[in-house]
Design a protein around this ligand. Sequence first.
Ligand SMILES: Nc1ncnc2c1ncn2[C@@H]1O[C@H](COP(=O)(O)OP(=O)(O)O)[C@@H](O)[C@H]1O
Ligand SMILES: [Mg+2]
Length: 238
Amino acid sequence: MLKVEHLRAFYGKAQALEDISFEVNQGEIICILGNNGAGKSTTLMSISGVMKQKEGVIHFKGSDIGKKQPHEIVALGISQVPEGRRIFPTLTVEENLKMGGFLKKRIDKEKIGEIYELFPRLKERKNQLGGSLSGGEQQMLAIGRALISEPQLLMLDEPSLGLAPQIIDMIFDSIISLRKRGMTILLIEQNAELALEVSDRAYVIELGRTVLTADSETLRKDRSIQSIYMGQQHLLHG
Ligand SMILES: Nc1ncnc2c1ncn2[C@@H]1O[C@H](COP(=O)(O)OP(=O)(O)O)[C@@H](O)[C@H]1O
Ligand SMILES: [Mg+2]
């Protein structure tokens, strides 16, 4: 579904991505792991079209999307949930959800209903302002907003960041139930333990390069690989 080959990206003269390659097949949950600053967010922003200074191959369902604008990429079927959620604090929950459908003429009531089914907490708070939600609820809202455009590929940038363990479990349960409904997901995480639990395959990136790929199951069992590539701190969790 998605093929990224030898992706390089730059912030001015500084090269953030040196050589990133990976593939996502339909129906998979793929995770990209890597320490802070490795280039995970830059990779996602390159795919979603936010990052312009880039070279290499980005193909989605066989067509080259490397030069396309963010709204065109959403229209083609890729939605991104950005790091730090970035919901609209002065809009209500329901208004935030509707913003996710800005490309559509009409937003399906049913679609909003589906999102409330996935996240009942959002339904309870549909008239509350986005800014008044807890971190976990804002993450649910950011995911819900990305789903309104009915993506075929959903990209999540560190959904667990800054959330309490119980809330993280709720978010990851929703990722699993999205997968059961047939969604293809590209998940970016610093929390390797957690990401490997829900994903099929994993790629590890280090200093802007893909350095390792494996089945998530294999990687989960191989503690030595984890300690080399993902830092000892991950061994203490889970
Ligand atoms: N807006 C920016 N301007 C300049 N450099 C940046 C910017 N954003 C990220 N970088 C740099 O690009 C590299 C990759 O960052 P990023 O993709 O955010 O990593 P990650 O998401 O894995 O933590 C880092 O060296 C970071 O300092
Ligand atoms: Mg990041």
